[in-house]
Ligand binder design. Sequence first.
Ligand code: CA
Length: 345
Amino acid sequence: MAPAALAPSPITPTVDFDRDGVQHGFLRLPYSRDDSAWGSVMIPLTVVRNGSGPTALLTGANHGDEYEGAVALFDLAQTLTADRVAGRVIIVPAMNYPAFQAGTRTSPIDKGNLNRSFPGRPDGTVTQKIADYFTRELLPLADLVMDIHSGGRTLDFVPFAAAHILPDKDQEARCFAAVAAFAAPFSMRMLEIDAVGMYDTAAEELGKTFVTTELGGGGTGRAETIAIAKRGVRNVLRHAGILTDGQAGGSQSVGGQPAEASRWLDMPSADCFRFAEDSGLIEACVDLGQPVRKGDLLARIHPIGRTGLAPAEYRAALDGILAARHFPGLVKAGDCIAVVGTVES
Ligand code: CA
């Protein structure tokens, strides 16, 4: 017996995706609650369309405490004009808007982690309804999908754009060409700890050209990483032929200084990740971007219950650079404390 058809999404866009010009509006998601019986979650979005052509779908704050994407996309939405577009750009600066408003990774409404909620459900929680709308309504409109992440409150990364190894090698090549066009300081072949339920997976399974990033972290944005996001988004739109502003792409012009060429990193196996098996006070022994050799000390974790106890030592399992680290000074068993990326020759 065929599975029952899914109900229509309860989300209503206040824009017409097929109209030319610039429209600023919302995805309106009904959310009945104590302080607003017939209330809604209003997710801001902008659509810029100029004739037929490819569509780019750009998102930030999939996790609500990651800011480079939100800043770059609120800025793009406010400045992009239709005469500079060939095709269509759909901009959602804060994808999990309730989480973004709360400054938290997950939604305060339902504790939903949007990037573990795909493909979503039209009759599920608020977070599941957002995922479902992207899966069934927005992703099918798109040719190019870019989701801008950072580390949030608990992780910090060297700034990189990334794509995944995919079974369809033509699609994989399109994704890595877009990563190269982004021209972040680092470009990553990314291995996911937990790919089930990710937006990435939903976009890739629909055959889209998908680019993600990790541009910093610690629950804030820095001038450097925000500039990388703003430049990278425009670079990828030019690469796709959607942004036609006549400017050169590439890695130039961070603060007027030519940036160095992007360095390619790989995550060849789960040995990249170091997870804490102890709780306590973390002592960083290597900073982000520094080279490490297999066996080098990455961090020590000091027990904090009493003095006189030796710290636990965490060492690199392969050669590379420190690409990510736990951000807060206290760690719990199970936390990811370090990621070593290998440097491609
Ligand atoms: Ca994230």
